[in-house]
Design a protein around this ligand. Sequence first.
Ligand SMILES: CC(C)(COP(=O)(O)OP(=O)(O)OC[C@H]1O[C@@H](n2cnc3c(N)ncnc32)[C@H](O)[C@@H]1OP(=O)(O)O)[C@@H](O)C(=O)NCCC(=O)NCCS
Length: 139
Amino acid sequence: MAGDDAFIERLSRQAFADFDPLAGPHTLSLTQGDGVVTRVAVRDGERLGFVVLQFGPSVGWIQAIAVSPSERGQGVGRTLVAEAIRVARRTGVRRLRLTTAQANVEALELFLKCGFAIERRVPRHYARGQDACVLGRAL
Ligand SMILES: CC(C)(COP(=O)(O)OP(=O)(O)OC[C@H]1O[C@@H](n2cnc3c(N)ncnc32)[C@H](O)[C@@H]1OP(=O)(O)O)[C@@H](O)C(=O)NCCC(=O)NCCS
C-alpha cells in the first residue's frame, strides 16, 4: 500500500540502528522478491508496526519486526507475531524462525511468550559484534 515503504524504511532506520547502519534500505530490500510477505499493523489509519516474512519450502523466517517506539508495550508486537504464525501456517511451512540479538530483552520476551524457543546462539553475528540467537517454533 502507498506509504508502507516509507514507514518501513523510517522505522527500521530507527529500530535497527544499533545493528545495521543501513537498516532502512536493507529492511526495505527484504520486502522485495519471491516468497516474501509483509504485514503492516494499522490503527485508525495510522501505521504502528510491521513484520517481514520470507518463506522457503519447509521453513519460514521472520526477517524483520518492529513497532513504533510510542506504540510499544501495548500488544502490537504480539498481534504481528500472531499474524506471522497465521500466514506461515497457511503457507504450509513446518517451522517459523528468526534471528535476534541476545541482548534484545523485549524481542526475546515477546517471542518466548509466543511459543518460540532458542535453537542456537550465533556469536558476533551483527556488524558491531553483538551476539545473536536463532529462535524457532513448530507450526
Ligand atoms: C520487540 C518489539 C517488536 C515488541 O513489540 P511490542 O508491541 O512492544 O510488544 P507487545 O506489547 O506485544 O509485548 C509482548 C510481550 O513482549 C514483552 N515485552 C515487550 N516490551 C517489553 C519490555 N520493554 N521489557 C520486557 N518485556 C517486554 C512482554 O513480555 C510482552 O508481554 P506482556 O504483554 O504479557 O507484558 C518492539 O520492542 C520493537 O519494535 N523493538 C525494536 C525492534 C526489534 O528489536 N525487533 C526485534 C528484532 S527481531
